[in-house]
Design a protein around this ligand. Structure first.
Ligand code: ARG
Length: 453
């Protein structure tokens, strides 16, 4: 007997079932159920012999799920029902007692929080892996000059290490966001909230929380089954991290172009063209660029699902999981790909140095030197602007201007400017903390390595 007199319409059944994607939470579901069963037995809500049968059943079920022989059925709406159904088939009444003092509402919230906490931990590890690669590549190129850009116009020379380390600091903030996500996911345990109001049994939620690694049982059963903030936190962290990777992807696309020619990508991370035999395309870097909006879309979608949703559980909440699962798969792949690609890239010292040797990159330094000689900064800016125009108009470099031409521009100028135009002198003058001089980059490399210690 049941409440219903006709079977579900197949279209509705297909729409309503989440088994296709939530089956990946089986390890968390079994963990949660084992803890729940132990707690029920310790409180005398089920018998010790029930617990023994349930735990034995889970041994079998775990093995079948791990090796792909678990008998999923057409009637299984989700992973929680599939596991409970098969447990009951295997061990009989003890299996049918497992769902005492529990609802799928607190069960799914618990499983999903456990899953998300683990995913956040994996993201932390993957981020550290990429930080390590970037630090290694930076160390190997600590004194390779390149131009840095604003508006994609050459601005000032920096060392390649300094530029690569910029990404390490972004990733360090991403790591902090994922650590926070992990903490939040495992903070207050939903299990034991029941459908929404608590349960009619004298349960021990402190016991289950301790076994499952939560800080404490959630003190409010209503929020316990309604809360998906940990999923939003995960997606927020993932969206920002993927956005960082998209900037790295874009820079690699530029650097790998013949126009820049700053690096050659490893064959293992490049693709060919079906038509043009000469092509070696930076597809991986382009995909890094394009994965970010996909994850941002998942974040936006889950905000939409939860927006204005009345308390407590609504089936809308089933639409939480695919966004997080796909974001996690996408981000973990992107982090691994970024590391592989950057780790294998061959930077081209000649091309970067030639671009960095552009004397116009010294304009600010010339102005600063005039400041040090007592000329007010605004006047310096104008003097150097005139000098640059003279050189550009006559198709010469700054150091090719004659002594007379220099003094004609300003009495403050003289032959001394040619020493300053040496590219390395520009780099080494950036001695302020966080700047690009070798000593400061070495200092920064130490700080970056300490992030991983
Ligand atoms: N598959 C459901 C989900 O993912 C499990 C919870 C079902 N609860 C309910 N009251 N129908 O959200």
């Amino acid at each position: 007997m049941s409440r219903f007199s006709e079977p579900q319409d197949p279209v509705f059944r297909e729409m309503n079932t989440s088994l296709g994607y939530d089956r990946r939470m089986w390890p968390q579901d079994i963990r949660g159920s084992r803890a729940h069963a132990r707690m029920l037995a310790s409180r005398g809500i089920i018998g010790e012999e029930d617990l023994t049968a349930i735990l034995a059943g889970f041994e079998t079920i775990e093995a079948k799920l791990a090796d792909g022989t678990f008998p999923f059925g057409a009637e299984d709406e989700d992973i929680h029902m599939a596991i409970e159904r098969h447990l009951t088939e295997l061990v009989g009444d003890p299996g049918a007692r497992l769902h005492t003092a529990r609802s799928r509402n607190d069960q799914v919230a618990t499983d999903f929080a456990l899953w998300t906490g683990e995913a956040a931990g994996r993201a932390v590890d993957a981020i550290e892996g990429l930080m390590r690669v970037l630090i290694d590549v930076a160390t190997a190129h600590a004194d390779w000059p390149m131009p840095a850009y604003t508006h994609l116009q050459r601005a000032q020379p920096v060392y390649l290490a300094h530029h690569l380390l910029a990404y390490v600091w972004m990733l360090e903030r991403d790591r902090a966001r994922f650590r926070f996500t992990q903490e939040q996911a495992l903070r207050r345990m939903p299990l034991g909230a029941g459908a929404l109001a608590g349960v009619n049994f004298d349960t021990d939620r402190t016991m289950t929380a301790a076994e499952l690694g939560f800080d404490e049982p959630h003190p409010n059963s209503i929020d316990a089954v309604s809360n998906r903030d940990f999923a939003l936190d995960y997606l927020g962290a993932a969206a920002t991290c993927a956005t960082h990777l998209s900037r790295l992807g874009q820079e690699i696309v530029q650097w790998a172009s013949e126009e820049f020619g700053f690096l050659t990508l490893p064959d293992a991370w490049s693709s060919g063209s079906s038509l043009m035999p000469q092509k070696k395309n930076p597809d991986c870097a382009e995909l890094l660029r394009a994965k970010a909006p996909r994850i941002v879309g998942h974040l936006s979608a889950l905000h939409g699902v939860i927006h204005a949703l009345p308390l407590t559980y609504n089936k809308d909440l089933q639409e939480d999981k695919e966004h997080v699962f796909d974001a996690a798969d996408t981000l973990e792949q992107a982090l691994a790909a970024a590391g592989g690609m950057i780790g294998g890239a061959a930077f081209r010292a000649d091309r970067m140095a030639a671009a960095a040797a552009d004397e116009l990159l010294a304009a600010t330094d010339l102005a600063d030197e005039l400041v040090k000689r007592g000329v007010p900064f605004r006047q310096c800016h104008a003097i150097v602007g005139g000098l640059v125009r003279e050189a550009v108009d006559s198709k010469r470099t700054l150091s090719e201007l004659s002594d007379d031409e220099l003094t004609a521009q300003s009495e403050h100028l003289g032959p001394w400017i040619r020493d300053l135009l040496e590219p390395l002198s520009l780099l080494e003058r950036k001695q302020s903390q966080g700047g690009t001089s070798s000593a400061r980059v070495a200092e920064q490399l130490d700080l970056a390595r300490a992030l991983l210690a």
